[in-house]
Design a protein around this ligand. Structure first.
Ligand SMILES: Nc1nc2c(c(=O)[nH]1)N[C@H]1C(S)=C(S)[C@@H](COP(=O)(O)O)O[C@H]1N2
Ligand SMILES: [Mo]
Length: 416
């Protein structure tokens, strides 16, 4: 076998191998506050930690050493208790493999599927310069609705990982939850004022009233049932090593099946409450509603059911006639994926894709379909997932913040 000479790449092997990378956004101090994962370029089920997306809503806090850290359990409990990392590690642990999806991932597709127009691309990278211009306009108050449309802004807020920690329920048991408890509020030690720009972009208009919260800590209150679910864990490790600061070290919450905003990072307090509190990130932002003043707005919780085509992409067009592997990922907020159907004729006929094992409850699956195509022409490929609860994609309707997108996004390719 003829061999190509490879020099100096002892760890990685061939130098022109495809090595995906994060696209990062930084704040004024140069700290990474958001990063876009190269979802379409990944192989396997677990996103390597250095390729996992990052999102901070408030200011990125300073890192804290685990030995200088503890959190307290307060509120409707028999005893107020403090936990250090070592205390947590003495409880019976649990490891959960799950997809983390930001509520705003893929949001641009909502308008595309409703109104048509230029199709957003899942392969697009953040336009950092455009974002910086927008930031400037929002700071000096000249920003208008028409400025908000920055292409590719919301892709790649999606990863999957293996998280190790202890069930939140085990911690609550130590504290002794009083009868009548309704929710468990978890608070991070990051602080700041929610970003106006994020709210305007989410609603797609500058013509909304923004709640004036002042400086707050990040916090979410889980309903008791989800808080006590054994897979809801306080995690100190991701993918086999201690959590990185940007992902919420020393300890963050893992809430499988629910969108990323529930996965509170940098935990400093756990409060058991006898009611559902009014929290900015729960009752004002991350709500499912028709408009900002919709009286029936509800908090967002469970993700829908969703398949994403990773190959081929619009950018691969044109392709030669012959056989092509149509493949991708599928996941659900409620249970394992039971099937993925593929169409190569714009949804007129559907065929079953092969689903690779394992089909874990909270993780995504890889699926594939061998597409044989001889006739030159324009083809529209679609994928549609179903979960073990019988939920068929899509589950989530257009909503004014355009959260939890799980619609069917076609891939358009020409065959020559
Ligand atoms: N304390 C705290 N937790 C947080 C956030 C935050 O800003 N502060 N952002 C949330 C949001 S919106 C998402 S999508 C996930 C992102 O987690 P990651 O950065 O580890 O990917 O964390 C969630 N937990
Ligand atoms: Mo998010």
């Amino acid at each position: 076998m003829p061999q190509r000479e490879i020099e100096g790449e002892f760890l990685m092997g061939w130098p022109d191998r495809k090595r995906p990378a994060l696209t990062e956004r930084t704040d004024m101090e140069g700290r990474v506050v958001a990063a876009q994962a190269p979802v379409l370029d990944l192989e396997g089920l677990i996103t390597p930690t250095d390729l996992s997306y990052i999102h901070a809503q408030l200011e990125m806090p300073d890192p804290i050493h685990p030995q200088d850290w503890s959190f307290s359990v307060t509120g409707e409990v028999e005893h107020l208790v403090q936990f250090t990392l070592e205390d947590l590690q003495k409880l019976p642990g649990r490891t959960v493999r799950a997809v983390t999806e930001c509520a705003g991932n893929d949001t641009d597709f909502f308008d595309y599927l409703r109104d048509g127009g230029q199709k957003p691309s899942r392969a697009s990278k953040w336009d950092l310069a455009a974002f910086a211009r927008l930031r400037e306009m929002s700071t000096d108050g000249t920003m208008q609705t028409s400025d908000l449309d920055v292409p590719g802004g919301f892709m790649g807020r999606l990863s999957a990982g293996e998280f190790t920690g202890v069930p939140l329920a085990a911690v609550l048991e130590k504290a002794g939850v009083k009868p009548g408890a309704v929710s468990v509020r978890l608070e991070g030690f990051d602080r700041g004022k929610p970003d106006d720009l994020v709210q305007y972009r989410s609603a797609g208009t500058t013509d909304i009233e923004i709640a004036d919260t002042g400086i707050i800590n990040y916090g979410k209150a889980l309903p008791m049932e989800k808080a006590l679910h054994p897979d809801t864990i306080l995690a100190w490790a991701q993918n086999g090593e201690y959590l990185r600061h940007v992902h919420g070290a020393p300890v963050r919450l893992i809430v499988p099946g629910w969108s990323g905003n529930w996965w509170v990072k940098w935990i400093q307090e756990v409060e058991v409450m006898d009611h559902m509190p009014d929290l900015y990130f729960q009752t004002h932002y991350f709500i499912y509603a028709d408009s900002p003043d919709d009286p029936d707005g509800e908090m967002l919780t469970t993700l829908g059911v969703k398949a994403v085509i990773t190959n081929p992409r619009d950018e691969d067009s044109p392709l030669p006639a012959g056989s092509h592997s149509v493949r991708g990922l599928a996941w659900s907020g409620r249970g394992a994926i039971s099937g993925v159907d593929v169409s190569a004729d714009g949804g007129q006929t559907w065929q079953q894709a092969h689903i690779e094992e394992p089909r874990e409850r909270w993780l995504w699956v890889r699926w594939s379909y061998l597409w044989e195509v001889e006739e030159p022409g324009q083809y529209r490929i679609m994928a549609r997932a179903t979960d073990e609860e019988g939920r068929v994609q899509p589950q989530t309707k257009w909503n004014f913040q355009r959260k939890h997108f799980d619609g069917i996004v076609p891939v358009d390719v020409a065959i020559t």
